[in-house]
Design a protein around this ligand. Structure first.
Ligand code: ADP
Ligand code: ADP
Ligand code: MG
Length: 756
């Protein structure tokens, strides 16, 4: 049934290998010893012999970019791979990347451990890589693999179980002399008991699920008064995300100005353990990382080495084998650091460490799982870090930073990505035309950049982000560009509250320039002309579609367009901003020669660009690229029209993305008597209704909670945008809604003119 004819062939360009560790790998019989391994509990520690049983076939039990990333190394090592896909993922890149792909069915089936083990057995697959998320930290699953004789590419089930419980791991760490955050992590779980513990610890405290991960099931409690509500909410989220047992909470002292610094560790079966440097992951939203870097900025060498040593101690204390991350929280006010948790898997941000150490950690995983010793010593790793400088990863998410980083989903209508090189790497799970499903995490890609030092890496990151173009869903790309320019970030003054602290600077909207409106109008005109008179047959076609000199000036008639800038935020100011219309008039003066006039309500006189040269290429019915010589500069732009909504335009220009609406000119709207009343609240994203907080006929004030929704396992409260009276609640508890569905209708306000 299974064909061995094909070698993996769909590995995509963005997934080119990083500088491989293969060159540096010593012969498998070499004995590598590391110095600072104070505790050795693993059975094989004292063994002097190395038994190697290479991995030759692999089941990748994950999806998206991580499945592709694992497949890439497996292919390079000559390992035959099989991937898994659910119905929604049938057309995904990871399902296509391997010679064998097996169907799982419903979206949640990636979590179906018994079924996945059975498939591996049935198809005679030797080893299984769980990636991150899903089954990667599930000791029962790791044990089931072990029992079925399948090599689990990860730590032993026992080490995973001990570290997987946030409470148990803290006991072990305390016993091993690794400092932990002051807190309570015992069995007392009633409200009164936990509240008493919180009072002992002293507010503010942090509630965390013992099963936590990905920042879920975690709540800050500032005062005793809000304890009960926060406990309830944390428990509900944790149960939804982690199931049975998720509601067991620990209480920790909340550190007010923390940095998140973690150490990448790697251990082999022979008791050797190394640290592959540390990563600072302090730039977070909702306790989830969005930017990670190595080395951690503004960290003295003594602390750095102390962190590495404590991390290795932590790993060895549980007999760890394979790749793991020991997370610490660093108190900026005292300089103290504490063990937070150990992630017993490869992490999302592992490429940062690969870039800065010149290694391929997935290759290390396969080698260690096969029984080899660690490829590099601690000294060799340190040498490499000194040579290689700094690396940063930015997670590109389908989300809307201006709307509280709300997750988004949808089709990638247009996607252009930065050019990759030895120092610019993209790990992605999607290509243009793919759909980012709301069924899974909204990470579209990871962009990883290296520079000789941190400043260079940040600048290169910003430039690479300028090359990113995404249309079809909201992303955090513009936000990440801002971050790269933030003086506080450049200074390395990071903490987990960084985004909140610099919110205004990071989120203030970027005003659209007159050149942008001019380009949008020229682009639309080019598309219109192209559609009206397609290039005659027989003429050579340029490689990227037609070049339109716009031909002869067909007539001196002017063409008018009106635009509004897309409403990027929830605030009322922005809504007003959005309603400001800009009118652009274009007149063709000769071949590729135009005069463009841009007028808006704010400026008294229109800005006129006379006789500007503009060349365009219409590459598809929805995409036009333009090069225009404005009086002071040459400007290149890409204009993309949403194929499903004719009035939605996206313009990429000088590294910025601007979303525009093509609107009917003012006079037209007036003639039609159209005026949209803000009399409803719509679902900002695909979601499930958890509960309505108001009832029909109720009077509410602006900011009052209306509906609580759940999307991507996250609860969100939809608040009232205005004072008013509820006319209708469109949905009941449990309903599933698409983005844009009306949730609440307000009674229309009486018009003041009718009340006189
Ligand atoms: P890190 O690895 O840096 O700790 P997170 O904790 O943010 O990063 O990411 C791990 C989490 O990511 C998982 O618990 C899971 O919820 C989520 N996740 C993201 N992408 C995927 C994916 N492709 N497959 C499975 N889980 C994923
Ligand atoms: P997860 O398993 O979800 O990754 P962690 O325990 O690793 O949970 O915490 C995630 C993030 O929450 C950290 O990176 C940090 O920003 C924040 N955090 C965790 N513990 C504390 C604490 N005691 N005080 C302040 N912030 C904390
Ligand atoms: Mg964590």
């Amino acid at each position: 049934m299974r064909s061995l004819k094909h070698v993996p062939h769909r590995l995509r360009a963005p997934l080119r290998p990083v500088a491989s560790a293969a060159r540096a790998l010593p012969a498998t019989t070499t004995t590598t010893t590391t110095s600072s391994a104070p505790i050795m509990t693993h059975a094989a520690c004292s063994s002097g012999t190395t038994v190697v049983n290479p991995i030759t076939s692999l089941l990748i039990a994950n999806r998206g970019e991580i499945a592709l990333r694992i497949a890439r190394t497996a292919a390079a090592m000559g390992i035959r791979t099989t991937t898994l896909y659910t119905d929604v993922d049938a057309g995904s890149q990871h399902a296509k990347c391997s010679p064998h792909a097996l169907a799982l069915g419903p979206p949640s089936a990636y979590l179906d451990g018994p079924r996945i083990v059975a498939l591996a057995k049935q198809h005679g697959i030797q080893a299984l890589h769980p990636g991150y998320g899903f089954l990667s930290e599930n000791p029962t699953f790791a044990k089931a693999c072990e029992d079925a004789g399948i090599v689990f590419v990860g730590p032993p089930a026992r080490a995973m179980a001990e570290m997987g419980d946030k409470a148990r791991s803290k006991e072990i760490m305390t016993a091993a002399g690794v400092p932990c955050v002051p807190g309570y992590h015992g069995p007392e779980q009633t409200l009164a008991q936990l509240q008493a513990r919180a009072a002992d610890i002293k507010y503010p405290v942090l509630l965390k699920s013992v099963k936590g991960g990905g920042g879920k099931g975690m709540r800050i409690v500032k005062t005793a008064g809000e304890f009960e509500a926060q406990l309830k909410s944390a428990r509900a989220e944790a149960r939804a995300s982690f199931g049975e047992g998720g509601e067991v909470m620990l209480v920790e002292k909340y550190i007010e100005r923390p940095r998140h610094v973690e150490v990448q560790v790697f251990a082999d079966r022979y008791g050797n353990c190394v640290a592959l440097g540390e990563r600072d992951c302090s730039v977070q939203r909702r306790h989830q990382k969005i930017l990670e870097e190595s080395p951690a900025p503004l960290l003295d060498d003594a602390t750095r080495k102390d962190l590495w040593d404590k991390a290795k101690t932590a790993a060895l204390a549980v007999g760890y084998v394979g790749a793991g991350t020991v997370e610490f929280i660093l108190d900026k006010d005292t300089g103290d650091f504490f063990f937070m948790e150990m992630n017993t898997r490869l992490q999302v941000e592992h490429p940062v460490s690969e870039m800065v150490t010149g290694t391929d950690l997935v290759e290390w995983q396969f080698r260690v799982a096969a029984g080899e010793r660690l490829p590099l010593t601690q000294d060799e790793i340190e040498e490499r870090i000194l040579e290689r400088g700094a690396a940063i990863e930015a997670r590109i998410y389908a989300e809307n930073p201006a709307k509280g980083f709300f997750p988004d989903s949808g089709k990638l209508v247009h996607l252009a990505t930065p050019a990759i090189s030895d120092d610019i790497r993209i790990d992605a799970g999607f290509v243009e035309g793919d759909t980012v499903s709301e069924a899974y995490d909204g990470m579209i890609a990871k962009l990883i950049v290296r520079g000789k030092d941190r400043e260079t890496a940040i600048r290169r990151m910003e430039l690479a982000l300028h090359e990113y173009e995404v249309v079809g869903l909201s992303t955090n790309i513009e936000f990440l560009k801002r971050l790269c320019r933030s003086p506080a970030f450049i200074a390395g003054d990071v903490e987990t509250g960084f985004i909140d602290k610099w919110r205004d600077e990071l989120l203030c909207p970027q005003p659209a320039t007159n050149e942008m409106f001019a380009q949008a109008a020229l682009g639309l005109l080019a598309a219109e002309i192209n559609a009206a008179s397609p290039q005659p047959l027989g003429l050579p076609q340029p490689p990227h579609g037609q070049t339109l000199g716009f031909g002869e000036a067909r007539s001196q008639a002017e063409r008018k367009f009106a635009f509004s800038v897309d409403d990027v935020s929830n605030s009322n100011e922005a809504v007003e901003e959005a309603s400001k219309t800009v009118e652009v008039s274009v007149t063709q003066m000769g071949t590729s020669l135009f005069s463009v006039s841009v007028s808006s309500a704010e400026s008294e006189t229109p800005q006129v660009f006379e006789n500007i040269v503009c060349e365009t290429a219409v590459s598809s019915p929805t995409k036009t690229t333009l090069t225009t010589f404005f009086p002071l500069a040459r400007v290149e732009s890409t204009l993309v029209r949403d194929p499903t909504r004719d009035d939605k335009l996206t313009l990429f220009q000088l590294g910025h993305k601007t979303e525009l609406h093509l609107v009917a000119p003012g006079w037209f709207e007036q003639a039609q008597g159209l005026k949209e009343a803000a009399a409803s609240v719509v679902a900002p994203m695909p979601c499930k209704i958890l509960r309505n907080e108001v009832s029909e006929g109720q009077e509410v004030v602006k900011g009052a909670p209306l509906v609580v929704i759940e999307s991507m396992k996250m609860e969100t409260v939809i608040r009232s945008p205005q004072n008013g009276v509820i006319k209708k609640l469109a949905h009941k508890e449990g309903d599933i809604c698409k983005a844009g569905t009306v949730l609440v209708l307000f009674k229309e306000e009486e018009h003041s003119d009718s009340s006189t």
